[in-house]
Ligand binder design. Structure first.
Ligand SMILES: C[S@@+](CC[C@H](N)C(=O)[O-])C[C@H]1O[C@@H](n2cnc3c(N)ncnc32)[C@H](O)[C@@H]1O
Length: 159
């Protein structure tokens, strides 16, 4: 978790999006690292997970139910324009290629220049989806103590 937070570069982030928060383990870690005036929008496809996130008692947090494919409109709805970082736990290896590409394009379009996209994944399929849009990852780190090992990929939108 520390690796995910460090590579998300949240020190000066104001608008942050989390894709696929699930039960909120990552969400908690991100909130701990975020400034008091920052905002975090957590987007999950599953309304049951969104409801769990909604119970977190933090004014900086917005829980949104929907697909990562539609984050452009979610960003507008919640006045989150100008996103500094997107952190994703959604499993790119199990979603259709066209959906994966649409998600990556949407992430690129909402990020500020210099903004960070971070994906933590068990498999490397995400790299095939991001390559046409972001190019090669800026950093790749692996959490080998995790079983199976977890890979953390970081991309930066060029200025
Ligand atoms: C592996 S879990 C994430 C684990 C979580 N971050 C944690 O710390 O426990 C993946 C999550 O992605 C969500 N998900 C899958 N596809 C999605 C999509 N297209 N858009 C938004 N969320 C999605 C799932 O509902 C699930 O909650």
């Amino acid at each position: 978790m520390r690796r995910i937070v460090a590579l998300s570069e949240l020190d000066h982030a104001r608008h942050v999006i989390e894709l696929g928060p699930g039960t909120g383990g990552t969400t908690c870690a991100l909130l701990k690292a975020l400034a008091s005036d920052a905002r975090l929008m957590a987007v999950d496809l599953d309304p049951a997970f969104s409801e769990i996130i909604r119970q977190f008692n933090d004014d900086r947090l917005i829980s949104h139910t929907g697909s990562a494919e539609d984050i452009t409109s979610a960003v507008q709805t919640h006045h989150m324009d100008g996103v500094d970082a997107v952190i994703s736990g959604i499993p790119f290896s199990t979603i259709p290629e066209t959906t994966g590409l649409a998600i990556v394009s949407a992430i690129h379009s909402i990020l500020n220049p210099g903004g960070v996209f971070l994906a933590y994944q068990f498999r490397s399929d995400v790299v095939k989806r991001t390559d046409p849009v972001f190019g090669a990852p800026a950093r790749v780190e692996s959490e080998l103590l995790n079983i199976p090992p977890m890979h953390v990929y970081q991309w930066r939108k060029s200025n």
